[in-house]
Design a protein around this ligand. Sequence first.
Ligand code: ZN
Ligand code: ZN
Length: 586
Amino acid sequence: MHRLAAIARHAVVVLLFVCGAAQADAGTQFRARFGDAFLDRYWALHPDEAISVGYYKYADRLPAPDTRHRAELKGFLDRSLAQLARLAPSAMDAAARTDYEVLRGALEAERWSLVEFRDWRWAPSQYNVADGFALLLDTPYAPQAERLRTVSKRLAQVPAYFAAARAAIDHPVREQVQLAIQQSEGSLDVFGDTLEKQLAGSALSAAERATFLRRLAAARQAISGYVAFLKALDARLGKDGGARDFRIGKADYDQLFAYTIQTGVTPEQLYARAQAEKERLHARMDVLAAQLWPTYFPGEAPPADRVARIGKLIARLSDQHLAPDRFYPEVKALIPRLEAWVRDHDLVTLDPSRPLEVRVTPPYMRGVSMASINAPGPYDAMAKTFFNVTPLDDFTPAQAESFLREYNRWLLQVLVIHEAVPGHYVQLIYANKTPSRIKSLFGNGAMIEGWAVYSERMMLESGWDPSPEMELMYSKWALRVVCNTLLDYGVHVQGLSEDDALKLLMNEAFQSETEARGKWRRVQLSYVQLASYFAGFSAIYDFRESLKAQLGARFDLKKFHERFLAHGSAPVAVITPLIEAEDVAR
Ligand code: ZN
Ligand code: ZN
């Protein structure tokens, strides 16, 4: 492998020499053609996505998802891909080449969805306008009156939007119809009393307010009409059948995997790797359980069944958890401890000039996760990165207990490692150092999640809590990632049944029935995404191990991490050829 990479690099040098200036500035050409003006054209066609990344120029647009809009999108994607095909990535510098690959992957995937996968016909949950409106109303990017005028213009387009959505739907997946009903009903909240109050207290003139209210009423009616349409559709599908299977099948799975995962393996290879990892984890957990048993169940004989034995120990260890009011302060206190550890053990250089600000999750962002990184988008002037932590105030005592048992004494640490140090937050700081709008906008999910999952394992390898209790709990955590991969491929490609899926999660990954049922629901509504965590992790881990094997004692872990992170959120298979053994040698 190493030799091949060296030959390939040599060939590039020769090519440069022969072809001269035109090739030499392939990177410059790429930057000129796919810079801010290109992105502006992209956002004009994707105003909703633009709002979500903080680009508000087209925020008053809400294009109806009709045939004309899809033709316009396809034309744009075809032209952009043809322009990309005329450039030679092999002649570009690493920064441009990684941008090129990221952008090509994103545009190809979008074109494929539009032309081949055509989920716009069968997944009615993608027609939802609430997020864009909520962001415009909640983000103080401009004075309130200006934002309300933008919202008013957008509201006027909602009826046409849902008329086009209804016309687009054909032979849908029933689970997606039901999701769309639930989400559309929920989306009416955004257009409710709070908005009317906001309007009443605003600087808009009486005439502007009257127009706004008229448009608001029509928008609500359009959403309610969409819900009624979906309910009738759901009833018909329940009575007559004829819904599309939620399983996407092998051909589509392979294609989507190829576009989005990009770690250099096939779905079959990843599935086999996950099977092997599951076996390895089970064997190791059994050893740990035998070791821990006498401490936690003195004088009691362990169950003969391996799964039962391990499961009982996990349940007993989960009793060691925080009180609800300690959740926020403990998470906050962990960050400086993790940073000191990473520094003292030479794992990766941290940048003290970009501190992470831990805060209570703002109310409008709650309900998704309990702890998450909120990073400024590339168009956001706000340079702060927040670690949002949701206090358990809104939980019932039973909900809090179940949550705190899951994020117990050990797994709470793994959660903060994953989200913050040296997981997502540290990766993000590195990605921001090579400022690339393309990579931060179209970053590869398998690389981003893969790094966070890799950082958990790496921290434990460095000696952070070397207790058998931690290793056992971490193994359960790791099994979740592994089984997500088995589940995703199993369900969509191999036709795994609900019963067998629940068995896999509850008996082999030690999940509660509630967690397993939630995961079953998620796998019916998503595809490939659940496999991205293990795909990224295993590719990074295996690459590191191969470099270690080549270099032996000369391998430098810190250099490896910094080299790997230096290319932004590019796909793992794009990054690895840019790193050679000598780059990470002492
Ligand atoms: Zn308890
Ligand atoms: Zn993550």
